[in-house]
Write a protein that binds this ligand. Structure first.
Ligand SMILES: [Ca+2]
Ligand SMILES: [Ca+2]
Length: 150
């Protein structure tokens, strides 16, 4: 059941405690001030109404004020690619952002496994491309994004 839920939810977010979170809302104050200009938005709120919480946007490094700004995979018949976002700027001091690509042959069974060589990619604003073997059977893909704190 958990695996099935994970398959339905492309971006996994767990609550975390951040340094410099004086209002204890699950978001670093420096990031809140930078993106919102105040501390009135908390981590669980979806300020732009795109289905992703502000915490998810903080982790992914995307704009919590824009529903058009979100982490995504570009998938074609022959390749999967995505653009990483380096962890830098207000609220990211000492942090690094890590990406992992996972694959699954059957969403019902939900047995996800890491794509070899794509388990832990540090985001430096690069484009990551995985070439799909034409010989492989049908597969599903997803990516994970996590923020490594100092
Ligand atoms: Ca805060
Ligand atoms: Ca949102």
């Amino acid at each position: 059941m958990l695996r099935n839920q994970q398959a339905q939810t492309p971006l996994q977010v767990t609550t975390a405690t951040f340094l410099g979170d004086t209002d204890s809302d699950g978001l670093p104050d420096a990031w809140e001030q930078n993106v919102f200009g105040n501390l009135s938005h908390d981590g669980n709120t979806d300020s732009d109404g795109d289905g992703l919480s502000n915490l998810a946007k903080y982790i992914a490094g995307t704009n919590p004020n824009s529903a058009a700004s979100h982490f995504r995979l570009d998938i074609s018949q022959t390749a999967i690619s995505f653009t990483t976002v380096k962890a830098e700027g207000a609220g990211y001091e000492g942090c690094s952002r890590h990406y992992g690509l996972e694959t699954c042959p059957d969403l019902v069974a939900g047995k996800w496994s890491a794509v070899p060589g794509y388990e832990d990619i540090v985001g430096t604003n690069q484009v990551v491309t995985y070439t799909i073997s034409t010989a492989s059977p049908q597969q599903f893909y997803r990516a994970r994004v996590r923020l490594q704190q100092p």
